[in-house]
Design a protein around this ligand. Structure first.
Ligand code: FEO
Length: 401
């Protein structure tokens, strides 16, 4: 094992012993231009406890960081807060190496780990609200189903006031800076928002329930230690308030005009719509899906009040790159959107029906008639596009005033 990695002290008894993935650029479909971290934490209690592990190729890095504090074979307990493989990919290898006395997970975690790894090792179930004695301190558990998987749970180390929140409050950001106060607030907000929009958004109802549950827990939380990105220790309300806002899907006077284009006809329409929205005081983001990754589109939609989608027709459907973005967006369930559809076509125009059906499935309130054109828009069609923009703007201004 290499010995180049060091643990980072998080609190009196807790060390960060995770791994930094500088190279990852795609996390199950979500582009991660700034890499990520897989955070694992070592609790130096009487029962030495490892909370979560890391993605399989990073096992040696984690073990090396642990070894800078204690011989890994001294680990007594491993807690799996979340079964996804970025946190459990090396769990069994680590267990075989360090031979912990016990491994713990939620009931759904035990089930998921069995289905993922097909090992017979016994994992003990911990329940919502249960405490686990580590000898001189306790860990408490809170189930947080669907943040991000059904197995997910938080662990809380009362002695140091540390909440281990697995995916919640995380971000995909590779840095040597381990704490929020070492990084710029606007970058933290951007990265946390991108993460929320691309991972957590469909589970917003569960986020709100979890925030209430944490508030009612009586836990004195001084540090939030997620499984990705920096540890929050300076201003916990910064991230808690952002989660509260994003989970309620609060909308602002902003429109996302997202489109594909073949011969620039749909693009001309998109620009006419965007210009008219901006003239009405709406903040506009114009995104050609050939340039904007689906993750960027979702980031922009996170707080937008309107979604206006356009595509030409290719082989009786919307353009495939537009279908990619719309399918991804539908799965992430943005709510409370106002919208409209536009596009050009050569002879049949099914893209418009595709987009209308997708927006309807997303429960987007369609507030303007679809604008379509055969081949290239003329001045009349572009005026209709401008009218579409003004109608959406008026609706947004009315709704959000
Ligand atoms: Fe970081 Fe849902 O795994």
């Amino acid at each position: 094992m290499t010995n180049i990695y060091q643990a980072v002290k998080v609190s009196e008894h807790v060390y960060w012993v995770g791994a930094i993935d500088w190279a990852i650029r795609d996390f199950h479909g979500y582009t991660t231009p700034h890499g990520s971290t897989y955070n694992a934490y070592l609790v130096m209690a009487d029962k030495i406890t490892l909370i979560d592990t890391v993605k399989a190729p990073f096992m040696d890095e984690m073990l090396s960081r642990i070894a800078s504090v204690v011989d890994p074979s001294k680990i007594d307990y491993i807690i799996s807060n979340h079964s996804e493989q970025d946190h459990t990919g090396c769990l069994w290898q680590v267990a075989e190496l360090v031979k912990p006395e016990k491994i713990f997970a939620s009931a759904m975690g035990v089930k998921a780990l069995g289905e993922i790894f097909h090992k017979n090792n016994s994992i003990e179930t911990v329940k919502d609200g249960q405490s686990l004695s580590l000898g001189n301190m306790d860990l408490k558990f809170m189930e947080t189903r669907m943040i991000h998987w059904p197995d997910s749970m938080f662990s809380y180390l009362e002695k140091d006031g540390v909440l281990f929140s697995q995916d919640a409050f995380g971000m995909h950001l590779a840095t040597f800076e381990r704490f929020d106060d070492e990084l710029a607030a606007d970058m933290l907000e951007y990265e946390a928002a991108t993460y929320y929009a691309n991972i957590v958004l469909p589970f917003s109802a569960q986020v709100l329930k979890t925030l209430e549950k944490v508030a009612a827990s009586g836990w004195t939380i001084k540090i939030i230690a997620p499984d990705h990105g920096p540890v929050w220790r300076k201003d916990l309300n910064f991230i808690l308030n952002l989660y509260n806002k994003w989970a309620r899907q609060v909308r602002v006077k902003k429109a996302v005009v997202v489109y594909a284009t073949m011969w620039h006809s749909t693009e001309m329409m998109a620009k006419a719509i965007a210009e008219s929205l901006a003239e009405e005081g709406i903040r506009v983001k114009l995104l050609n899906v050939d340039d904007a990754h689906r993750s960027e589109v979702l980031y922009e939609v996170l707080e937008a009040g309107a979604l206006i989608a356009g595509s030409p027709t290719l082989n009786n459907h919307m353009m495939p790159q537009m279908a990619d973005v719309m399918t991804y967006m539908k799965g992430l369930k943005p709510a409370n959107l106002t919208g409209a559809v536009f596009g050009s076509f050569g002879w049949s125009g099914e893209s418009l029906k595709d987009l209308e059906a997708t927006l309807a499935a997303m429960k987007v309130e369609i507030v303007a008639d679809t604008v379509s054109v055969r081949h290239v828009p003329d001045g009349d069609v572009l005026n209709k596009c401008r009218e579409l923009g003004k109608t959406v703007a008026a609706q947004l201004n009315k709704r959000l005033s």
